[in-house]
Design a binder for this molecule. Sequence first.
Ligand code: XUL
Ligand code: CO
Length: 439
Amino acid sequence: MEFFKDIPVIKYEGACSTNPLSFKHYDAEKEIGGKKMKDHLKFALSYWHTMCGDGKDMFGVGTMDKSFGGADEMEVYKNKVYAAFEIMDKLGIEYFCFHDRDIAPEGKTLGECNANLDVIVPIIKECMAKYNKKLLWGTANCFNHPRYVHGASTSCNADVFAYAAGQIKKAIDITIELGGTGYVFWGGREGYETLLNTDMALEQDNMARLMHMAVDYGRSKGFTGDFYVEPKPKEPTKHQYDFDAATVIGFLKKYGLDKDFKLNIEANHATLAGHTFQHELCVARINGAFGSIDANQGDMLLGWDTDQFPTNVYETALCMLEVIKAGGFTNGGLNFDAKARRASQTGEDIFHSYIAGMDAFALGLKIAYKIIEDGTVDKFVADRYSSYKTGIGAEIVNGTATLESLAEYALKMGDVDVKSSGRQEYLENVINSIMFRGL
Ligand code: XUL
Ligand code: CO
């Protein structure tokens, strides 16, 4: 069964190729900094957008047929598996990510849902072996069904908490069964619409309780990968508890979850929180919480999660600079949590979308290495803080200075000269000149 007959295997043809169904920059086997591009980037397909998202929005029905010729519900989901692996195979994408409800239909009870999953998971496993593909992370969709109207682990109803726990247990089982190296918590409904009806303290304690249960269960079943929280400030709720990287890190530390959890940073969620993608990655990195990435981009003019395929090379370069500084991916990778636009409704558009995203990140990786090799920016930053290397600065950093010793020092020194420049425009132009050198 071939679902995309007109699409060939996508190959690297180099920057001068005019073939739209080719990579211009992503050359999987090419080494940069002693590592293959595919191992730097660890691209993953998001099952929900690519295999399930049909273009429906608040104002209109779907525009894309994602039934893949299936005659009944189970056949649709079986065909999604075969189509997903054809897409990964043709694009040379090694990993995928899923929610439980993306891969098998919802049943009337938890038992029915689990039985549906038990039919599909072995098919996925077979395809993984056949095509040599891996699971980056799994997760449970605890936000779509009406039972989660008040939240999942933060619901006011304890039966809902229990149902979510049952769903998450199964999703962890599947993640382990498929050899996944990550398990994600994205709290779509874990937040509130109004504090007038919300016990925030109980909700947050409960959220942590379920996360602890997940860690205890996963570790007891031999899961050695990372648990991730994916920060997002709003949408669908007005306020989500996992607002941004800094908030989540504080939460994980407060509840003693920081040893098992890292962050899955999504570009569009960063901008919704009023941050840059680079900022969120940097916060994760400097706190030892960098884990994985949901790669996409938002629209500068729209205030919601548009989940567009990333094409902004400036952004991908600054992202990859952070990834390299974090030491690269270990259990994580670059999951394209992105969807083709509603009007980009043909099968071919799926391939154009992924090619665009993969080439944008390949360029980002190359540019990030050039920025590091060039060294101007790193040297500037090191020089800017050089007063902390010797004298009073070194005493502040090594902890020998006290408030009294600094006061004594300050009383003797007269005024301070802070005329040195931050040189922002110069540095921005350094990045541009590195990016476009040779043009
Ligand atoms: C929603 C979102 C999710 C998570 C996984 O904005 O990003 O798809 O990535 O639940
Ligand atoms: Co995401």
